[in-house]
Design a protein around this ligand. Structure first.
Ligand code: SF4
Length: 372
C-alpha cells in the first residue's frame, strides 16, 4: 500500500471506532473499555480487546442528569455514548482514579450504564516508593479478579509476559513513526492524529503491523516542503476542525505532549520477577504528566526541551475546558516557554465545540507570531 492508502486506513479506523468494536464482537472477542492509563496489557493477556473510550464530539443530553456543567466533556461525552448504546457489547469499563472527574465518572457510570460493568483502577498518589508499587499491584490484582468474575479466562503471568512484548513493540514503533512523521511535512495534522487515535481501537499487534507498513512506505517517500513547526500539549488533540485550521495555516505538529498521543508511549517495562511487577514498574516510572503527582513539575521542562530538540518554534496548548490538572499547569508552561524564546498559544477546547472561528483567529495570530 502507498503512504496515502495506509493513512486512509488509519483514518477509517479512527473515525469509526464502533465499526471496529462490532468487527471484534462478530469475531467472538470480548471488549473491555479503557482510557488514560489503565492496565490494558492485562485485558489483552486475558484474550479480550482493550478499546479506548475517550468520549467523542457529540451533543450531551442524557449525561447531564449525572454531572454538573463544570465537568470536562471527555467524561460527560463518554457517559453520553454509553447511555446511547454506542459501547453496547462491551463487557466492562476500567476507569482509573487519576483526577476528580474520573473518580466521579466511575460512580456515575455504574448507574447510568449498568449493562457495562465499571471496574475501578485506583492508583496511588505516590507511585515511586515501594509502597506505591505495592499499592498499584494490589489495584491490578483487583482488576484481574473482577475480569475473571466476568468470565474472562483465568489470568496467567506467562500470558501477560507475552502481552508485554506486544505492547513493548507497539511502544517502539509509535515512537519511531512519531519521529518519522515529523520529517515528512506532507503528512497533514489530521493524518498524524489518525495514526495515534486508531491505536485505541485496534489490537496492538494489528496496529503495530500497520504502523510498520507506514514506516517502510515513508522511508521510500521524499519529504515535502517545510512548514512552520509546532508542538502540541494537552489531553486530546483530535478535533478535525482544529487540525484543519492548523493545516490551512501551514503549521505542522512535529512533537507533542498530548495524553492520547506520545504520553502513552514514554515509559517501558523494567525486568522484574513477574510480568505483573514489570507492568507495575511501567506505571511507577511514568513522569512529566499532568495527571501523575509531580511535586517538581518536570512536565514544564520536558515541554521546553522537547520543543527545542525537535525545532518547534512554538507550543500550542489545547486546554480541555474544566480540566483542573491541565489548567493548573498552563501558567507555568506559558512562563517557561516564553523564557526559552518559544511562542505559546492557549486554546480552550471541549467535545461540544461547534464554532471554531475564535480558534481560527487565535491560530492565525500564532502563525503570524511564529513567522515574525
Ligand atoms: S480532561 Fe482533565 S478533568 Fe477531564 S478526565 Fe481528563 S484529566 Fe480529568
Amino acid at each position: 500500500m502507498s503512504v496515502k492508502e495506509i493513512l486512509g486506513r488509519f483514518h477509517e479506523i479512527a473515525a469509526d471506532p464502533k465499526a471496529m468494536k462490532d468487527k471484534y464482537l462478530s469475531e467472538g472477542r470480548e471488549i473491555v473499555l479503557v482510557n488514560y492509563y489503565t492496565p490494558e496489557e492485562i485485558v489483552h493477556s486475558m484474550g479480550a480487546v482493550p478499546m479506548g473510550a475517550w468520549g467523542a464530539d457529540v451533543k450531551i443530553n442524557e449525561a447531564k442528569k449525572y454531572f454538573p456543567t463544570f465537568i470536562c466533556s471527555i467524561v460527560q461525552s463518554a457517559v453520553e455514548l454509553g447511555m446511547k448504546g454506542e459501547y453496547a457489547g462491551a463487557k466492562a469499563f476500567i476507569i482509573p482514579s487519576l483526577c476528580d472527574s474520573l473518580k466521579v465518572m466511575g460512580q456515575n457510570w455504574k448507574v447510568a450504564v449498568p449493562s457495562i460493568k465499571f471496574i475501578p483502577m485506583t492508583y496511588p498518589q505516590n507511585r515511586k516508593p515501594e509502597y506505591g508499587a505495592q499499592f498499584t499491584k494490589a489495584g491490578y490484582e483487583r482488576v484481574i479478579s473482577e475480569l475473571e468474575e466476568l468470565g474472562l479466562p483465568r489470568f496467567s503471568d506467562e500470558k501477560l509476559k507475552a502481552s508485554l512484548s506486544v505492547y513493548e513493540e507497539h511502544n517502539r514503533v509509535m515512537n519511531e513513526v512519531s519521529e518519522l512523521m515529523a520529517s515528512h511535512p506532507e503528512i497533514s495534522n489530521q493524518e498524524r492524529s489518525d495514526v495515534f487515535k486508531s491505536a485505541f481501537f485496534m489490537l496492538k499487534e494489528e496496529h503495530t503491523a500497520l504502523v510498520k507498513e507506514l514506516i517502510n512506505a515513508l522511508k521510500e517517500q521524499k519529504p515535502g516542503t517545510d512548514k512552520l513547526k509546532i508542538m502540541t500539549s494537552g489531553i486530546i488533540c483530535d478535533a478535525p476542525d482544529i487540525l484543519k485550521i492548523l493545516d490551512e495555516n501551514g503549521l505542522q505538529i512535529v512533537c507533542d505532549d498530548v495524553c492520547t498521543e506520545t504520553r502513552q508511549y514514554r515509559a517501558s517495562y523494567k525486568e522484574k520477577a513477574t510480568a505483573l511487577d514489570s507492568l507495575v514498574s511501567k506505571f511507577c516510572d511514568m513522569d512529566q504528566d499532568t495527571l501523575l503527582y509531580d511535586a517538581d513539575k518536570t512536565r514544564i521542562d520536558y515541554i521546553v526541551e522537547k520543543a527545542k530538540k525537535t525545532g518547534a518554534k512554538g507550543v500550542l496548548l489545547l486546554l480541555t475546558k474544566f480540566c483542573d490538572p491541565e489548567e493548573f499547569d498552563a501558567p507555568m508552561i506559558r512562563k517557561a516557554c516564553e523564557k526559552a524564546g518559544l511562542s505559546v498559544n492557549i486554546i480552550e477546547i471541549d467535545r461540544q465545540m461547534v464554532n471554531y472561528e475564535q480558534a481560527r483567529t487565535s491560530i492565525e495570530t500564532f502563525r503570524d507570531l511564529l513567522n515574525g
